[in-house]
Design a protein around this ligand. Structure first.
Ligand SMILES: [Cu+2]
Length: 160
């Protein structure tokens, strides 16, 4: 089934529509989703202003903090006209300056588990979608944008 969903991601939008439909609870900065379908984190530096979440100051991603059960599939979709990334940031709080390097511009190959060190969407051009990541292990996963980390452009995924 996982391989089928990845195939659907590569070929079309059926899985993403299911994921978006699940994200209608309306709680700002936090959203729950079921493990079915693919949940989308929207990426836009212009649309999503800075906000405070547990790990620090977020911005540029919506929801700022996504809360999902283990097994959820997640992708990032660039909704503005600038290039962005969503790239793993180690630790439980956002460091004050960017810890990301140019390897963030390359999409994760092989494992797309959130628990894998150094995962990244790679460079996302305007309108682009990332690879699908799997919320494989409970925990809090921080990420940021290679280009705009200090803007701030940072977010979190909490896997329960
Ligand atoms: Cu960015």
């Amino acid at each position: 089934m996982n391989s089928l969903r990845k195939f659907m991601y590569a070929g079309g939008l059926a899985a993403s529509v299911a994921g978006l439909t699940a994200c209608t609870d309306g709680a700002p900065g936090s959203m729950s989703a079921t493990a079915s379908g693919v949940t989308t984190i929207d990426v836009s530096l212009t649309a999503f202003a800075a906000t405070t979440i547990a790990p620090g100051t977020s911005g540029g991603y919506s929801p700022a903090q996504l809360v999902v059960p283990v097994g959820t599939q997640i992708r990032f979709v660039n909704r503005d006209s600038f290039a962005h990334t969503a790239s793993a940031v180690n630790g439980t709080a956002f460091p004050p300056s960017s810890p990301l390097n140019a390897s963030a511009l390359t999409p994760s190959a092989g494992s797309t588990a959130l628990s894998a060190a150094g995962w990244s969407s790679g460079n996302l051009a305007a309108g682009a979608s990332s690879p699908v990541f799997v919320a494989d292990t409970p925990g809090t996963y921080l990420f940021g944008c290679f280009y705009h980390y200090g803007a701030p452009m940072r977010g979190a995924i909490v896997v329960r």
